[in-house]
Structures are given as structure tokens and as C-alpha cells.
Design a protein around this ligand. Structure first.
Ligand SMILES: [Zn+2]
Length: 459
């Protein structure tokens, strides 16, 4: 076998996000094939062989690629609707439109969502997809294909809903699957697409949607299925006061106790939001190592509240960041969530040290890798890890007067991405995708959004 080709990156600041938060004011990185071979202070060592490319990264900060831990790609074509609603009213307003999606719409929306994140430094994406209308085609295949074509590392959380209005749930009857169909299709998706290997580009998780849209039986059997197949579990939890009330009325307990009673706490589980958590809920997450996807912009957009991220971190709970679906966070970007996570968690009296810039960067990188179960492979810049990294430009008007590059990245304007690598392959150059045509994606997303509006009778 031929020796792996090397890429040498010199002259940049580096925030490794390793266990010691090691940083270099000016350092180098050497990539070999799809892995990081070495990094450190000063220039790269002389005499390296098989160097395919040298990058002078003066004026840049290198960080691990950003890891998104919660999203709903299909919402890319229903952005900007129900803009002044809380979660339950927003869902009820949008379900009838969402129930009309088909494969071309989902493909166009996935490409839009992925492109928006990738050009902002996301190297690992996830999609929690839970709307599977009858006869809508191979939606999971379309989403996974979109991520593969764009070269982004990806987890599909195969969602499901089986508790409709007639069973006391929130979605309309026509928007849900049966329990047996949901479980069978989820198992089929795992068997077809999940790659358990350490450098996997595609993984699949089992992901019933939320307590108010799935049956207790689907949660229980979904957890059993995931553990039998050896994949991770994902859902929404403790997002709003209305959800808390729903759980008390239907199940006689709060969301965290309900999740525990159905097998949904554990180190193989991560949950979106976790806003309304009391001390004993946080202790239960810490004891079981259940992960959290913190989605500050979506929580603000839907007036859901502020997750207790500093308390979760202090308790040892794994926490990553999520864009959430773009019907509740129209920007669709993750790099701006670093800033929003820090700002939102400082709101309130005496919270000036609630979350610092380095913690925010860690949430968006290593924290995300941890909740996706991939912290041994991605999320920090260390020799032997996969070559997923970003070069952020720090010498332009937006950032050049800020001496600390991590503070500049987190607190400053959204930083331009000069280069982004996934698995050793460059997918972004100077803010533009190398693996897809952004203009074509924008055109097809607009056309599919208009087609959906027509079919759903909004036009
Ligand atoms: Zn969500």
C-alpha cells in the first residue's frame, strides 16, 4: 500500500480542545491520509515525505471541526413560518405542511441545511428526521446521500411519531406511522446505512421524536432495538413547560422520570434541549452519563427558556451544541451558536462567569463528539484522531484587533472559514463549498419550498 499523502499546515494559532485545552500561538499541523499525524508549536518538522500540499495559514486559528448534535434538515424549506409562536402552537401550525414532504423536497432541504453548516465550519452533522408520510419515497436514503455527496461526516437519527391526536398526542393522525412500521423501518435503516467503524462517515441512531408525539411502547421498544443493534438513542426532552405539564398529566411524572422508566437514560443516549431540569433531573443525567444537545437560538426563538448549561457541565453531564431545525432557527449556522450559547447562559444576575469562550468552543467541538459517541475519533486536534478541522481567518476587519483568537472566534462576528477538512479532504475554501454548487442548492431549495407551499395549500 502506498504511504498516505501528507498535508502540512504552518504558521497558525491552534486551539486543540484536548483535555488540557492546549493552545499554540503559532504552530503547525501535519495531516496524513484521513488522520492528524502530528501538531505542535513552531514550524512543521523538516524532511517530511509524500507532502502533497503546504498551506501557509498565517493569520488563522485552527480548531477541531464543529460538531452539530441536533437538527431537522427538512425544515430548510419551511423557514420563516409561524414566527411568533411557542413550541406547541408552532408545531400544530406546521404539522399539516410537514406531512406533505416527499423525497425531492427532503433531498433539496438536506442539501441546503448541510451546505449552510459546512461553509460555517461544521464537519460532523446530524439530522433528526421523524416525518415519514406514506408513499413519500426513500427519505433516509436521500438525506444520507446528500451528506455523503457533500463530504460531511454524518449521523442520521431515524425518528418516528406514533402518538397522534386520537391518542392524546400533538401531531395530526395523518402525520404519524404505526408502532410496528416505525420500528421495522428504523431497524432497516440501521442495517442498511450504519457504519460502526472508527472512521465512519455515516452512522444511524434510533430517535422517536418526543414524549408528546410517540407512545410509551415506541420509546421502550426503540430503546431495546437500539441496544440490540449497538447504536445510539436520541430524542427531544424537557424542552418546554407545556411538555412538563403533558408528562405529569399523562404519565404522572416529569419528563426525566418518564425517560428513565422507559429505558431512555444512559451513556448511549443524547437528548435535545433539556431546558426544564430540576436538580434531581440533572443528577440523574450525570449519574447515567446521558448527553444533552443545547440549542440556545431555537430555545430563544420559541421562548422555551434557558437550559442550565453551567450546572449540567458542573455535574459532569456531556453537553454539545445544536442548530435545531431551521423552522425554529432560520440562520441554520452552528458557529454563531458558540456565541449564542455563551450570551444566553450569562443572562440574569451575577452570571458573568457562567460560561467562557473556551467552554463555548468545547461545547461545539469535543462536547458534540462526546454526545454523538465519537470523542475517541473527532472533536479535538490530537495525533491519531481523524483529520476534521477548520482554519478560521482572523486577520480581517472583523477580528484583527482581537489578540486572543479563541475570544475572537466565539465573541466576534461569524468568522470566515478559509479551509475546512473532513476525513483529510478539503470541503470548503474561502467560505465556498468545494463539493457542491451553492447557487444550484439555493435555486432547488426555493423551488421545492414553493412546491411544498402549493401542495400544502399555503399558496
Ligand atoms: Zn428539534
Amino acid at each position: 500500500m502506498a504511504a498516505a499523502q501528507r498535508i502540512v499546515i504552518d504558521n497558525c494559532a491552534i486551539a486543540t480542545v484536548d483535555a488540557e485545552d492546549t493552545e499554540y500561538a503559532s504552530g503547525h499541523l501535519v495531516l496524513a491520509g484521513n488522520r492528524i499525524e502530528s501538531l505542535g508549536a513552531g514550524p512543521a518538522p523538516d524532511g517530511l515525505e509524500n507532502v502533497a500540499r503546504r498551506i501557509d495559514a498565517a493569520g488563522h486559528l485552527a480548531t477541531p471541526g464543529l460538531v452539530n448534535t441536533h437538527h431537522h434538515f427538512y425544515q430548510w424549506i419551511t423557514r420563516g413560518l409561524a414566527t411568533d409562536h411557542n413550541l406547541f402552537d408552532w408545531l400544530v401550525a406546521l404539522y399539516p405542511t410537514w406531512a406533505r414532504i416527499d423525497e425531492p423536497m427532503v433531498r433539496a432541504a438536506a442539501r441546503g441545511s448541510l451546505a449552510m453548516m459546512a461553509r460555517g465550519g461544521v464537519t460532523t452533522a446530524m439530522d433528526h428526521h421523524y416525518v415519514f408520510p406514506h408513499g413519500s419515497g426513500d427519505l433516509s436514503g436521500a438525506i444520507i446521500g446528500a451528506a455523503r455527496d457533500m463530504g460531511v461526516r454524518f449521523t442520521l437519527a431515524r425518528g418516528s411519531m406514533d402518538r397522534s391526536e386520537k391518542d392524546g398526542g400533538l401531531p395530526p393522525d395523518f402525520a404519524v406511522e404505526t408502532l410496528e412500521d416505525a420500528l421495522a423501518a428504523t431497524e432497516e435503516t440501521v442495517r442498511t446505512h450504519h457504519d460502526p467503524s472508527s472512521d465512519a462517515m455515516t452512522q444511524v441512531a434510533v430517535a422517536p421524536c418526543s414524549p408528546f408525539s410517540v407512545s410509551t411502547e415506541l420509546l421502550r421498544r426503540g430503546a431495546e432495538l437500539a441496544r440490540r443493534l449497538g447504536v445510539r438513542l436520541h430524542t427531544h426532552g424537557s424542552e418546554t413547560v407545556e411538555e412538563e405539564k403533558f408528562c405529569h398529566e399523562l404519565f404522572g411524572m416529569g419528563p426525566t422520570d418518564y425517560f428513565e422508566s422507559t429505558g431512555w437514560l444512559g451513556e448511549d443516549v443524547w437528548m435535545a434541549h433539556c431546558v426544564h431540569m430540576n436538580d434531581s433531573d440533572i443528577a440523574a443525567f450525570a449519574r447515567t452519563r446521558t448527553g444533552v444537545a443545547h440549542c440556545p437560538s431555537s430555545n430563544a426563538r420559541l421562548a422555551a427558556g434557558i437550559a442550565r448549561v453551567p450546572d449540567l457541565l458542573a455535574a459532569g453531564v456531556p453537553v454539545g451544541l445544536g442548530v435545531d431545525g431551521t423552522a425554529s432557527n432560520e440562520s441554520g449556522e452552528l458557529h454563531t451558536e458558540l456565541r449564542n450559547a455563551l450570551l444566553v447562559n450569562r443572562l440574569g444576575a451575577h452570571r458573568e462567569a457562567a460560561l467562557n469562550a473556551r467552554q463555548a468552543l468545547r461545547l461545539g467541538t469535543y462536547g458534540g463528539a462526546r454526545v454523538l459517541g465519537r470523542a475517541d475519533e473527532i472533536g479535538s486536534l490530537e495525533p491519531g484522531k481523524l483529520a476534521d478541522l477548520v482554519l478560521w481567518r482572523m486577520d480581517t476587519l472583523a477580528h484583527s484587533s482581537i489578540a486572543d483568537p479563541v475570544a475572537a472566534l466565539v465573541l466576534g462576528a461569524a468568522a470566515p472559514v478559509t479551509a475546512s477538512f473532513v476525513n483529510g479532504r478539503q470541503i470548503v475554501e474561502n467560505g465556498r463549498l468545494l463539493t457542491a454548487d451553492e447557487d444550484e442548492i439555493a435555486r432547488s431549495a426555493r423551488a421545492e419550498a414553493q412546491r411544498l407551499a402549493r401542495i400544502a395549500g399555503r399558496d
